[in-house]
Every structure is written in structure tokens, then in C-alpha cells.
Design a protein around this ligand. Sequence first.
Ligand code: M6R
Length: 610
Amino acid sequence: MCGIVGYIGKSEAAEILLDGLRRLEYRGYDSAGIALFGRDGIFVEKKRGRLSNLEAALKAGNPPHATAGIGHTRWATHGEPSDINSHPHTSGRVTLVHNGIIENYMSLRRSLEELGRQFVSQTDTETAAHLIDYYYGETGNPLTAITLALGKIRGSYALAMIFSDIPDKVYAARCDNPLVIGVGRGENFIASDIPAILSHTRDYYIIEEQEIAELTRGGVKIYGLGGRDITAEKQLLTADWDVEAAEKGGYPHFMLKEIHEQPRSLAAAILPRFESGLDGLLHDELPDTSGIKRLHIVACGSAMHAGLLGESAIEKYARLPVEVYIASEFRYNDPILVEGDAVIIISQSGETADSVAALRLAKSRGVPVWAIVNVVGSTIAREADRVLYIWAGPEIAVATTKAFTAQVAVLYMLALRLALARGTISRGRAEELGKALLKLPETVAATLTDERIAEYQRLASFNQNKHDLFFIGRGQDYALCCEGSLKLKEISYMHSEAYAAGELKHGTISLVTEGVPVIACITTEGVAEKTVNNIKEVRARGAHVILVAKDSLICESDCYDDAIRLPDADEFVMPIVGVVPLQTYAYYTAVVRGCDVDKPRNLAKSVTVE
Ligand code: M6R
């Protein structure tokens, strides 16, 4: 899950590559590097750590003037983060950058070493450089060399490559990892993701599996399997994201900006889908659901938590059995998929390796696969039978916020659409749910007033030196707790666990001692009293309880220490309302603990390795 960029044109390549890498740093930030075509050959600079280290090295190292080159930002897989393991990697006349994993690199490396090739890094990527250089030596043709080398590689890759004796061309190839080619005037670009090219061009090609792109200043050629020129068959797409949307817009962190964007992103996900009324809901996207008897929701991390919330709503309103799986478990557990089943893959990026593998497994078993995805044209979006886009816009912070709430909103619309189709909901209740969804942008905006934000910040300030925190809730509130807990630990490094409130006393309550914070979520009336009993149990052991509940469910003040009051809405949508304060509380906890909010340690935005 690295980021790659490439450029060929008339401008200073180093600046363009660095700018692209800055916008891709969310994909990994263990190291960064660039290779430039200087007058005296290829110049490479690469440095362990953040992009700023590379920038400093370039300033000190006086790089040559160059108008073509490639660049990389790394999330380490094979080989520790170090200068030597950073990309680009060079072998003979070939210099390249890679996103992905070469699974058979050990055996390839052994064969290449037997041919006398010497390796300098511990990476799998260096094998690709040697292999392509070897075939380039044999054939003298870069395209043939790339094709032959890729034929030997097992695994996933998006590659950008330059050849020291071909200064007027940059090459790219892809298998299982995202790659776009930006098309400009007199200049062309390679990138793992669209934000990296947006300030230069909006026109781009998506490179598909096994395709190779050849970029010159004057144009782009794309070759398919066997070296056939398929440029004329490729569709030139136009991005409608603006550069502004991919920037921080005045907020100190992308995460805070994205938290505040939620009223807008929810409106984009929900409002257009109601344009043809309740009876038209999701019909264009899912025309026929009549044969479906069971759903399997498969995803990772927060997307899986969205799935848990979807499960509650679909089972409750549509009375359709739903199973939720972690994608990395699903793919190796030989799941039972039979006629009448459908699989839903949820993924913000649409590129998560385990989710892609789960999708392919489900397809190979012949069941319909629907995808709930943010990134248009991503692998999951392209390969699913049906796609429900969440339309959240670019999400840059590693911790997902607006994509999560939009995923849940889409699942709730799906629950409503299925309930109507199956006749498991009265007209009146369906209308109430529809109204609650339509009002959701406004309800969420009410959780983000200055006054409320100040309160989340005040409560978070107590976490500066705390070690543990527990979340408790029942039913849909348990799923809400899972997301609140993940958000907190991934960005603030504070240990936290989410517990089904009734389960705590089966062991974990032994960890609750004087002053331990416990966040209790109550958005469901039916289980409110039961959760209040559990709150009393932890308070009796000295816990400091923060109650998160809608006004009408706030219990007597002697059963909590602090309260986050949620605006009142139908309990159907309350988890979306409730998660926003939890996201903001996690954000301010990370800030008060001095953490790098947008780029938490060891994590990457898009997990394209299993
Ligand atoms: O792109 P995806 O939605 O497939 O990503 C899934 C998870 O990696 C992601 O939700 C992860 O858990 C986030 N860091 C949570 O904030």
C-alpha cells in the first residue's frame, strides 16, 4: 500500500513528483524517493521517514534539472523502513517504483543471483528491477522486457519505470493495485490515485489488470496482454473532484475537516436517492432483490463496523438474515454460499486486498456481489455486479469518518428498500424511517455546533495521561461502541475496548478500577434500562462514566459523571448521529496526547496487502 507517481513533460519533474507524493502520503509514509532523468543519466534520492526528509535531502543534494521521473511513498512490507529499502530501486538500465507485493520474490531472487545479479536491499521490489533489466538485456525492447518479467512475477503490483537509455519515455504497469494515467497537454502523469494528478489535469485513464502504459511528452499508449496496442479502446475519463476538496480547507487536520463535512457527505449519499420517492429508493442501483434470502456482509475495520450496523437494521426491518464477516477471515474460511445468498462488500477505498479477495471468492461461487464503495472506478467497484456508491468525496485522513457514516446511511437505505420489497414494514413506519434519513444531514450538523465541540474537547482533555477506556452498549449501540473504540485507539494510541454491556461482567469488569473512563452508549429505547444497570455496575467499581444518549434517554443524573447529549431523532438513524461525537472525542484525545492525527503510526489509508 504505497503511493507511486510518474511524470514526463516540460516542467521541473522533481516539483511535480513531490507534489504528487504529498497527496499520496496517506498511502504510506515509511520512506519516500524519486528518480529523475538528468542530463548525465538517472539521479536517485530516497530517504527513510516522511516526505520532508526527502525534500531536505534534495535541497542539500542539488538535484539535476529534469522534466521526467518517477516517485514513491512507502508503507513497508518486505524489509524494514530504511534508506536502502526505499524506492526507487535500480538494476542496470532499469529504475522503478512499486506498490504491492511480489509473492514469489525469494525464488526469483535466487535464480537472478545464480545469474550473477547482486541485490542491495531486502525488498521484493528489487527483484522486479533485476528481472526487467535482465529481459531488457536479452531483447533490447522495453515493452517486451516488461511483459516477459511480469509473466514471471506472482503477486500484486503497480509499477512506474524508467530506462536510462530511453530518456523520453516513462512506463507503468498494473496487476491488482490501483493505477491511473493523467493526460495533459505536452505532459502526462502516473499516479496511484487521482488527487495526485488533479492540480495538473482532470483527464485520466484507469489502467486495468496486466496492462502496460507508455508515456511520452506527446501522448500515452496503452498495451494489453500480448503487447497489443489498445489505446483506442480505452475510455478517457474526467475527474469531477476539485483540488480544494482534496485539501485541508483551513482545518488543522484532514480528520477534523472530514468530521465537519459529514452533513454534506450524508446529504450527497441520501438526498438524490429519494428523488423518485420511497418506492424508487435504490431501484436503479438494485433493480431486483426478490430472490435474495440471506446476505453476507464482508469488510475490514470500520467498514466491517458499518456492516454490523447494517446487519441490525436489515434484520430488524427487512427480517432478512445477515451475517457479517471480517474479510481476512471470510476468504480463508470456505464460507457457505448458496443460491439465494448475496454478498455485500463494503470498502471506502475499493482496494483493500482482503475485501477484493473476498469479492473474487464470492463471484467464483456464483452468488451476486454488491459493493458499497467510495472511490469511483476502484477494483471493488469495477468487479462487483452492482455498486452503491457512498459519494463521500476524497477521504484523506487514515481514520475514516465521513466514509463510515455514508456507508451506514447506504446500508440503512438498503434496509428500508428491502423491507418495502419484502412487505415487512408498514407504510407509516417506512415513511418515518425515510423522513429520519432525509433529516439526517441536519441532525448530524446539530452534533457539530461550537458549543458541543467544546464539550467533546473538554471531555477528551482528561485522557491526556489515561491508559485504558471501555465502551459499553447493547445491540446497535454495541456496534457503535466498536467504531468509537477503534477510532480512539487508532489515532490516540490509548488502549480501549468495546463491550456488549451485558458481557462486561463475564471477565473484563475486573479491569474497571477507580477513575477508569467508561463510555456508555444508549440510543435504543428497548435496552436503555438494561444498559443503565450495567452503568451502575461499573460506577460501583469507581469508573468515570460518560453517557452518550439522546436527550429523551438520559437517565437520572446519579448514574453518570458526564453526558454527551445527542439530538433527538428516530432510533433507526441514531448510531450515525452518535458516532460523530465519538469521532470528535477520539480526535481531540489524539490532539491532547500529541499524536499525528492524520497519519497514525503503523497504519495506512488503503491496505492493499493482506
Ligand atoms: O478502504 P476500506 O474501507 O476497505 O478500509 C477498511 C479499513 O482498513 C478501514 O476502515 C480502517 O479500519 C480505518 N483505519 C478505520 O478508521
